[in-house]
Unconditional design. Structure first.
Lengths: 478, 478
């Protein structure tokens, strides 16, 4: 905790790793590319899970669990899928002391094994739709890894649905994109752009992929969640069929969608500052920390008593509150620690506060005096709840303003290059892979997505000048 | 659903598999020994998780997540541990298209990798105790597998704690045994015997292991949860040390404890009957199902309206309720299905009930007329909640009576053999491995545990006649 966090302006990447480790969100594991999610990081993940899971259930989904191991032959059944995932597979070749006849793949994603089961469970149109989600760990053999953002093993949820028609699968795909956007905006205070991925960026085996894209503190993009319309590709590979109302066999239309522990990296980079984390109140494991300010020995009992009374009142009001009554650390040390760990509100209670029946409340997102106010103990829980809600809104507003201020609409390729060096570029694109590739070579930026909200009409492609009918978001990305 | 369940008396093992599959709790996966937990089974697991997780947090534990992959060298660091787990390991030898320098083991349990991390996190007595739990999947290469009871991959929680003294580690070990027993008794309605495992049955690497043991419907035993005092074995293997108050380096004392999806198998076998599952109300995904009894076309609207009113009233009262308003199935068919799936209470509402403002309530655990009562719609939620609570108690009482009626206290070896052929035997045991082994050879029964509650005194060992100071539970086990 005593170590210093590298300032963002000095080395953003180093700042990120410092924050993750010093805030005790995660740690490197002894296996290359793997991470340990420490209790504070896992508590954040539990809140993310709960907020997503509630939304999944409200939209009619059930949870289930499918095996970790997938026969190698399954992965090979869908052509694009195997091409996309082959380089990233971890393979079990030995079990119980013997070499296996068929190697087992540690799931990188579960379309194939779930497709195999759906083929057995689905018989008739009456069985549709099937709306299942799985919370699980997955493994992708990544060479360059970063805590939360890209790790060999990560935790996620993967929804897998089967429908009678293209239209229903497409409706589901966009519904879950909306669920992700709603979660990002209203729980994580992260503004996102909903859009379609380009052909070259879509999921291996999908008809069409959609994503939500967010801008990080260094103005780079992060894909925070994806939703795929898989068409009939997996249904045909795994023979997922149903008897329709006319008693004819039809292939199902399937979708899949996922959000992962990567979202934690997103929250860190959207909101964090040089003091460390700033967690959105809706998801913060600890929303309020109470720090007693020592007075004389005679006052000590009264101060701790007042702290505990406040703690209980807040807790009873549904606020996630912690009283830091450790003797071995000074208040200043505690202030730094809880700022580093991003706790939204700090309450200080000293001898004068006890007398005056008041507390000092400091907002994590407003430095120094600006964020400090006195509040009477009477009615404190309501006032704290309101302040948390206000802070949540302010965080979203600030992140939106930051993104908008760094999103450009360049009119020619020279200013386009300047734009993607400094943030997001919204630009007309003809859809040609060649133009995408030229951008990547020239600027390292990629097509993030083609926003669902379009201006309409057409204009020349920012690269080649050919008629373009859509605007895309371009940026360098994580 | 239309298939018939094999009666228990005919083939208990077949009955079990029929129930698991037909109630749609789980299904066989395409990978040998693996299972798919279907939504209904997973919803039961979610309720088990919530009930356990609440208890873990109330006793001061936090959740975290450690990697799936463990370097082979870690497993080999603790001598007994490697001997115990080597035959069961699944091994990843290839990643990202290349052969790995060091093979990775898919975790069979996480003492080693967690021990490695604790060695880095723990410096001083101020860092102790460390009280962490993990919800995870683990893999053990089992040859003979059965859904939920013994599968190659299963879901579980594993608690791992580190302490300054033997006493604290032992206190934690027994505290968590109590937590498991409390969960089993008060949530799963499963009476359990808390006790110490014999030396030959203890966890590979533990100083002492403790278990809760339950009697299944076929009078065999099932170990439903274990808690281990690991002594300093793992601390020494992984160098988990702390500076004590005198500034001297000391090895920590660690514990671990786990409960798994096996508990679902336990619940099925303790409570199920020839009609299928009977789920304890506390854990049942659906506590009450409402089945409309069709009248004339003119009455249809009023009946469905009443059903929905009742559904909403129960749901508002916190009851997990489902209205089965499917047209394509008859009431009789629905009764069978929900009995098979073990829903505690069924509410029937027909034309006469609407007129009389009453409903018929049928208890799953009491067959036919005996379990049926009329209840007025006014005050129904309270009455239903009481009935659920009553049923929960009755299920525990019945399971306890069944166990006690089939637990014997044989006074000589001949009657001992008869006892373990027909249930549990409580008998004096000298503690010698030779006696344990003779019992196993003669009867297939094993030492389940040495109950914490002991009569005191001593008596001749049931096998060899040498002085014995403890009574043990012997039974054939899953």
């Amino acid at each position: 905790m005593a170590e210093k966090i590298t300032p963002r302006s000095q080395d953003y990447s180093r700042w990120y790793t410092d924050v993750v480790q010093q805030a005790q969100l995660a740690d490197y594991a002894p296996v290359r590319g793997c991470m340990v999610i420490r209790p504070y990081g896992y508590a954040l993940w539990e809140n993310i899970k709960a907020a997503l899971d509630r939304r999944f259930k409200e939209t009619g989904h059930e949870n289930a669990y499918f095996p970790l191991f997938i026969p190698m032959s399954f992965i090979q059944k869908e052509k694009e899928h195997v091409e996309g995932f082959s380089p990233e597979l971890a393979v079990v070749t030995h079990g119980g002391g013997k070499e296996l006849e068929e190697p087992l793949v540690v799931r990188p994603t579960s379309e194939t094994i779930i497709g195999h089961m759906y083929a057995q469970w689905i018989q008739s149109y009456r069985d549709l739709p099937v709306l299942i989600n799985q919370w699980a760990n997955v493994v992708r053999w990544e060479l360059r890894t970063r805590l939360f953002l890209r790790t060999m093993e990560f935790l996620w949820q993967e929804g897998h649905t089967a429908h009678a028609t293209y239209e229903e699968a497409q409706e589901e795909t966009l519904r879950m994109l909306d669920v992700y956007a709603d979660f990002a905006i209203n729980e994580a205070a992260v503004p996102v752009i909903k859009g379609r991925k380009s052909e070259s960026e879509k999921f291996a085996g999908a008809l069409a992929s959609y994503s939500i894209e967010a801008m990080m503190g260094d103005k780079r993009a992060l894909q925070a969640g994806t939703s795929h319309n898989l068409g009939q590709n997996f249904a045909k590979a795994f023979n997922i069929r149903y008897l329709d109302r006319n008693n004819e066999l039809q292939y199902c239309w399937t979708s899949s969608w996922g959000m992962s522990t990567r979202m934690i990296g997103c929250i860190i980079m959207v909101h964090g500052d040089d003091q460390g984390l700033i967690l959105p109140p809706q998801l913060a494991p600890i929303q309020v920390v109470i720090v007693p300010i020592p007075g004389s020995d005679a006052e000590r009992g009264a101060i701790l008593g007042a702290c505990d009374t406040v703690r209980r009142a807040l807790s009873d009001h549904g606020v996630r509150v912690k009283l830091d009554d450790r003797d071995e650390y000074s208040p200043g040390w505690k202030f730094n620690e809880w700022e580093l760990r991003g706790v939204p509100l700090r309450i200080e209670i000293g001898p004068r506060d006890v007398t005056k029946e008041q507390v000092v409340v400091a907002r994590r997102d407003k430095p120094g005096r600006e964020g400090k106010t006195f509040m009477p103990m009477v009615g404190l829980p309501q006032a704290v709840a309101e302040l948390l809600s206000q802070m949540q809104q302010d965080m979203l507003r600030r992140a939106t303003e930051f993104r908008d201020a760094n999103t450009f609409e360049p009119q020619d390729y020279e200013s386009f290059k300047e734009a993607v060096a400094n943030g997001f570029a919204r630009a007309w694109w003809c859809g040609a892979v060649a133009c995408e590739e030229r951008i990547k070579e020239d600027t390292k930026a990629t097509t993030r997505n083609i926003p669902l909200e379009q201006p309409g009409g057409s204009a020349p492609c920012i690269v080649c000048g050919a008629p373009a009918h859509e605007v895309a978001i371009f940026a360098r990305a994580y």
